[in-house]
Design a protein around this ligand. Structure first.
Ligand code: TRP
Length: 463
């Protein structure tokens, strides 16, 4: 164990896992997906997915990592066999690909921070066209996302304790306070109430198949599940710690931040007369408006502060994404950590370049087709394969692994260390039932349906 890092305390692990969970997924992705999929109806399905599927899978991942004390590939191999190792490998690959586009979006947030504080972003008239022009400007984005990747690499080199824990513990509370303040402000704007209604009062007939698989994918993405990030973090905690209470805290914090982000964005969007279904630009278009109204000085301060915090939230997530392939190579090959970190960071930056070019800069990548009539960007394609499909698939495989190979008995034994009352508890029943019954059935079905609808364009409206 000596060569591997470890978290210094329970709170250190929770901070790092919550830091991994809370990120662009909560503040950028969740609101625009909710906006495209019926608002409150989406929120409802999303919260249900987190509780019934996300939480048990999170417990499973942490327990697997702590039992095996290895990276995801090594863990599946050790507790299972060589073939199961493939599941770990696919997870690591998904992490690499997710980081490649995540870093591009983090670069946008970083650029917005810079342009609000030092540039003239708050003086523009139309934030929609500003955003469009902004993301297709490759030279700037290249720099911002490169710098962002370097920050990520620097923290990862510090190792889990000094870098990851500390940053999360300080920044998370500040983010919550700023969000709460902005929500109060946005709810007082004219027309805001309609936005709150759209977000809070569900119309259950809005729940379509697409709502369900999007919400499911989003719950995995937001909780950092399905690719082994929490197997890796779990491998750094001690047997004294209580996996259940840690997982509950992380799930609650993550859900809360996503909920708050929606409560901030939709009143704003409606009060500015914008459409909630604007897609990935939603946050970047809606938010600057409120900062602009605050006047040049307050706007810069609060707006700059907000995007800076968003960058930090993204950073504690990119750290966890980079840590996974790093742990894999260091564990399996024993190469020096520092070289592995920089090598991988640079490689992943390069892999992200086509995604960066696919939001307006290069037409062939921007208007990409899966099938006749679909219109997606290359970034959408990577996100679909490795995040929207890959993560629930990883969760599906994990549930099969626990149900048929590792067995719930060993899962329970692992969790009971550090949680003596676990055996026989209600939570144990929930976790076991979910992992052995609900997850295989629901995740398996949704996987099939998603493949059919997304890539073949089949109309499954009858289901
Ligand atoms: N959960 C993060 C977010 O919401 C993104 C993220 C970090 C992630 N690590 C991950 C997603 C691992 C999937 C797997 O922004």
């Amino acid at each position: 164990m000596a060569a591997r890092g470890g978290f210094s305390s329970k709170i250190g692990f929770i901070a790092a896992a919550a830091g991994s969970a809370v990120g662009l997924g909560n503040i950028w992705k969740f609101p625009y997906e909710a906006g495209e999929n019926g608002g409150a109806a989406f929120l409802f399905v999303y919260l249900a997915c987190m509780l019934v599927i996300g939480f048990p899978i999170m417990v499973g991942e942490i327990a697997i990592g702590r039992a095996a004390q290895k990276d995801p590939y090594g863990s599946y191999r050790q507790l299972g066999n060589r073939k199961w190792g493939i599941v770990g490998l696919f997870g690591i690959l998904s992490g690499v690909m997710i980081l490649s586009f995540y870093n591009v979006v983090a670069g946008w947030a970083f650029g917005y921070f810079y342009q609000i504080i030092f540039g003239n972003l708050l003086e523009v008239e139309n934030f929609g066209s500003y955003f469009g022009a902004y993301v297709s400007d490759v030279s700037d984005n290249m720099i911002y996302s490169f710098v962002f990747m370097i920050f990520t690499a620097i923290v990862v080199i510090q190792g889990v304790q000094k870098g990851i824990e500390k940053a999360s513990q300080i920044l998370m509370p500040i983010l919550l306070i700023l969000l709460a303040t902005l929500i109060i402000y946005s709810l007082t704007l004219p027309g805001a109430l309609q936005g709150a209604k759209f977000y809070l009062i569900p119309n259950f007939s809005d729940i379509s198949l697409r709502t369900i698989y999007t919400a499911m994918g989003q719950s995995f993405f937001s909780l950092s599940l399905g690719m082994g990030a929490l197997i890796t973090y779990g491998s750094y905690i001690s047997k004294k710690e209580n996996i259940i209470s840690s997982a509950i805290t992380v799930t609650l914090v993550d859900g809360l931040v996503a909920f708050m982000a929606g409560l901030l964005i939709f009143p704003l969007v409606f009060s500015q007369g914008q459409a909630p279904s604007a897609g990935p630009g939603l946050v970047f278009v809606a938010l600057p408006g409120i900062f602009q109204e605050m006047g040049p000085i307050m706007g810069r301060l609060i707006g700059g502060g907000f995007f800076l915090l968003l960058c930090f939230a993204a950073l504690t997530s990119t750290i966890s994404l980079l840590e996974v392939p790093v742990a894999f190579i260091v564990d399996e090959k024993n190469w020096p950590r520092k070289k592995v970190v920089f090598g991988l960071a640079f490689l992943i930056f390069l892999i992200g370049i086509p995604s960066m070019l696919s939001v307006g800069a290069v037409d062939g990548l921007t208007n990409f087709m899966y099938y006749e009539g679909s219109n997606k960007s290359f970034l959408d394609l990577i996100e679909d394969i490795f995040s929207n499909i890959g993560l629930p698939l990883g969760g599906f495989m994990l549930s099969l692994f626990v149900a048929f190979k590792w067995k719930t008995k060993r899962l329970s034994e692992e969790i009971a260390q550090g949680n003596p009352g676990y055996e026989g508890s209600f939570i144990q029943k929930l976790v076991n039932f979910s992992i052995t019954v609900i997850c295989p059935i629901i995740l398996g079905t949704i996987f099939l349906i998603t493949m059919l609808t997304k890539f073949l364009g089949l109309d499954l409206a009858f289901v």
